[in-house]
Structure formats: C-alpha cells, structure tokens
Design a protein around this ligand. Structure first.
Ligand code: PLP
Length: 455
C-alpha cells in the first residue's frame, strides 16, 4: 500500500492544528471589567448635559475634542483600545469600527472620495476591498499585481489614471508590502488619496514604518482569522485630523455635533452609519493589542522554519519574507510542468495528509459578476450608470494575478500561534511525503476534480 494518505497511508499531521485566536486571562479580565461596570456601549450622538450626568463620563486623554463630544467618541474601553493601537502603530489618530470593511469605506469617504470618482485598486484581494469602494458610489478600477509582492503594480496604476481618478486603494496582501515609495510618488504627482488595506498585514514595515501609516489612512481588520482579533472589528489609522473627525462622524450616524472649528459644509456633507464597536469588543481588543507582537513573531518564525524545510522541492518555491514583513498566510509557487502533477491533485494529497492548504482566492476580485455586469445599486446599475451618459470605466487585464490564482499559488494557513515548531515539522514531513510520491500521484484518476472549482 502507498505511504501517501490520499492512497490509504497514515496522515503525516497528527497534532491538532489550531486556527483560532489565543485567548487567556487578560482578555477575560478586561471583558469582565466592562461587564462589572455595566457600560456595554457608551456611544451616543450629540450629548446633552443631563445625559452626561447620568453616564458619569470617563476622561478623554490625548484628545483634541472638547467635553461635549465625550459620548460621541465612545466609552472608556473604546478610547483605551484606540489609544493603545495609535501608540503601537505610531499614528496620531485611531478610529475603531465594527469591521475593516466599514473602516475602508469611512477612510475613502472621509478623504473626500465620492460618487463617480474612480478608485484604482488591485484585481486580487478579498471582496471587501472592492465593496468598500462601492459603498459611497465610487467606481473601482482594477489593475494587475506585481509578481514580486502580489500587490498593486505601480506601473499598472499609473497607466490607469484618468481625470476621474481620486484615490488608490492599496492592499498589502498576505503580509507582503506593496511598493509604497512608488505609489506615494504617483499619488503626489497626480494629487491622489492613498488608502492602505492592511487587513492582512498588521505589523509589516517598510523602512521601519508600519504599513497603514504611510498613505493618508490605513485600515486593520480584527476579524477572526487575522493576526490580532476580536471576532469582528476594524481600526482606521491616520495622521490627518480631518480624516479622523469625518470618519468618527460616519461611524456614528453622521450626526452633526456642534463644533466651532468646523464649517457647516464639512459637518453636513457626510452620510453616517452605525459602525460602532461595543465596549466588550474593545476590551477584548486591548488584550489582543498586547499580543500582536508575539503573534507576529511566531508567524514569522513558523514561516522561516518551513521556508528552510521546503527549499529545493521540485516545482515548489516557498516565497521568502523579509525580516520586516509579517506573514499572514504563507504562499508558495507551484509549477505543474516541473512535477507532471496538477496543482489540484497536489493540494488534495497535502490536505489528506492533514495540511491546511488552498489555492488562494477562487477567482479574481474583479471577476465578481457584480463588477463584470456592473450592477451594484438599483436597477439602473449605479455607480457606473450614475457616473454620466456614455461613461465606460477603464478595464485592464490582470494576467499575473490570474496566473497566480489559476496555476501557481499554494497558500498555507495555520502558521499562527499556538502552533509552533512541532506542528511545522509535521507539515514539512507531509510535503516531503507528497513531493517524494509524485510518481504515484501521476497515475491518480482524480487529478482533474481534486478541488472542485473549474476555471
Ligand atoms: C484584504 C482584506 N481587506 C478587507 C477585509 C475585510 O475585513 P473585515 O472582515 O474586518 O471587514 C479582509 C478580510 O478578510 C481582507 O482580507
């Protein structure tokens, strides 16, 4: 009988791999603090003096807001979490919200990106990146990635600029940083806003600066699979006071709280939602914030271990991370021509061994039918049809991203804490088994249907 689990052998990975968050007494204590206090959300709209008395307001530290905005900015755990995160990433303002998607929309709208404006973004990311552009009726323009870092290719960005272009939405995919020096230079030349989607890259740096703090605003996701997590949640980082203020208005119903320093125009020209985070989530976030460095250290260490262990396998290239980059998922590039075995079958064999692998996103983000058919809002198909008669958005091919997703990518998950060297060694052993059993796989009849998704 074959040694391969796919063909009846024993699994290489026997340790239980953990995919979820490390929760300990810190988070329990912090969440209990909120429960004991009974303040489960302190957010209000415009406060009145009698409400302030009832609520016994916490003090606001390091805020340039006058006392009448206390309840507009959330309770003490929200402030603490935002202050901790701002200190960690080294930015002036951090605005929490119920998700990173909300933060992306807030960032774009707060930076003045509106209906009919084109936003250049990558064709390869999670759907939320592009959806956030539609939220305020702006139009996503998708361009290809660089084969070097899987992020927006600056050359393609520059080609896509039109008089309608207002912003560039950069995604630092899998923990790899986009070429921010080139992108910021393009933005400066064309007076464009740059928003960084760092959902998958909290902790990655470029020349000592965290991604998310280089553009006009950056966002981080706290959703359950991320490097630090609160179940659901997001953070918006910025050094720009106007973006921070407007984002806080959008987060909290857009209620025009009186403010002597803002013109009516600024206060009313915004549609607000309820994107607020609860005190319990923020308390959990305070605990998680303190763990981010350790979480990231383990991700980097596990990835380094595997990069070394899997070097030299035929048709497999673990993509190396530089010291300043924090892996979110570990990508490898597969070459079926070198092995004679389809990627789908190799993935299937690895999964049977107990290795959590996938082939990346099932399609380009730009191939979502909503974008190919251009029907987002209502029967008229806004924002495209609302952009004016005869308007056709610029479209670009994405051959590099397409090839990565269709043929090359192998994504390895569960490089996170508490998994460590023992778990990584079992994963390495599974790869050794599969890559030394390629000849057996060549004859396996299931190769075409192994993953179920047909390109
Ligand atoms: C690149 C990217 N952007 C945005 C998001 C959205 O984050 P959230 O689920 O917190 O809204 C995700 C989440 O998976 C993501 O991977």
């Amino acid at each position: 009988m074959s040694n391969l689990a796919l063909l009846g052998g024993a699994k290489a990975v026997t340790l239980p791999l953990k995919s979820s968050v490390v929760i300990d007494d810190d988070e329990r204590r912090l969440v209990n603090e909120v429960l004991d206090r009974g303040e489960i959300s302190r957010f209000m709209g415009s406060p009145t003096p009698d409400i302030e008395e009832v609520l016994v307001l916490p003090s606001v530290e390091a805020e340039d807001y006058s006392p009448q905005y206390f309840t507009f900015l959330g309770g003490r755990m929200i402030r603490r979490f935002e202050a901790d995160a701002a200190r960690y990433f080294g930015v002036k303002y951090m605005v929490s919200a119920n998700s990173a998607t909300s933060c992306l929309s807030m960032a774009l709208a707060a930076a003045g990106v509106g209906p009919g404006d084109e936003v250049i973004t990558t064709c390869m990311s999670f759907n939320a990146t592009a959806m956030s552009i539609l939220m305020f009726n702006s139009i996503p323009v998708f361009v290809d990635v660089s084969a070097k870092n899987f992020c927006l290719d600056p050359v393609e960005v520059e080609k896509a600029i039109t008089p309608r272009t207002k912003a560039i939405l950069v995604v630092h995919l899998l923990g790899f940083p986009a070429d921010m020096n080139a992108i910021m230079a393009i933005a400066e030349r064309h007076s464009l806003v740059v928003i960084e989607d760092c959902a998958q890259a909290p902790g990655t740096k470029i020349d000592g600066r965290y991604v998310g703090t280089i553009g006009h605003a950056g966002i981080f996701s706290l959703q359950e699979t991320k490097n630090f997590q609160t179940g659901e949640g997001g953070l918006l980082a910025t050094n720009n006071p106007a973006i921070a203020r407007k984002a806080r208005l959008i987060r909290n119903h857009g209620e025009s709280v009186p403010d002597d320093t803002w013109s009516n125009e600024d206060l009313v020209n915004v549609v607000g939602f309820n994107f607020r985070m609860t005190e319990m989530t923020a308390a959990f976030g305070v605990g998680q914030m303190a763990k981010l460095s350790e979480n990231n250290r383990v991700r980097a260490e596990n990835t380094r271990y595997l990069t070394k262990a899997l070097a030299g396998f035929p048709g497999l290239l673990p993509v190396p991370f530089a010291a300043e980059w924090v892996p979110h998922i570990m990508p490898m590039l597969y070459n079926a021509e070198k092995t004679g075995v389809s990627r789908a079958l190799v993935l299937r064999a690895l999964r049977e061994e107990g290795v959590p692998v996938g082939s990346g996103y099932v399609r380009l983000m730009s191939e979502n039918p909503l974008f190919t058919r251009r029907v987002a809002y209502g029967r008229r198909g806004c924002p495209w049809t609302c952009a004016g008669e005869g308007y056709t958005p610029p479209t670009f091919p994405c051959p590099i991203a397409k090839n990565l997703l269709r043929n090359q990518f192998i994504w390895l998950y569960h490089i996170n804490r508490p998994n460590g060297a023992a778990e990584m060694e079992q994963i390495a052993e599974a790869f050794r088994k599969v890559f030394s059993g390629l000849t057996e796989l060549t004859n396996c009849p299931e190769s075409e249907t192994a993953l179920g998704y047909k390109w």
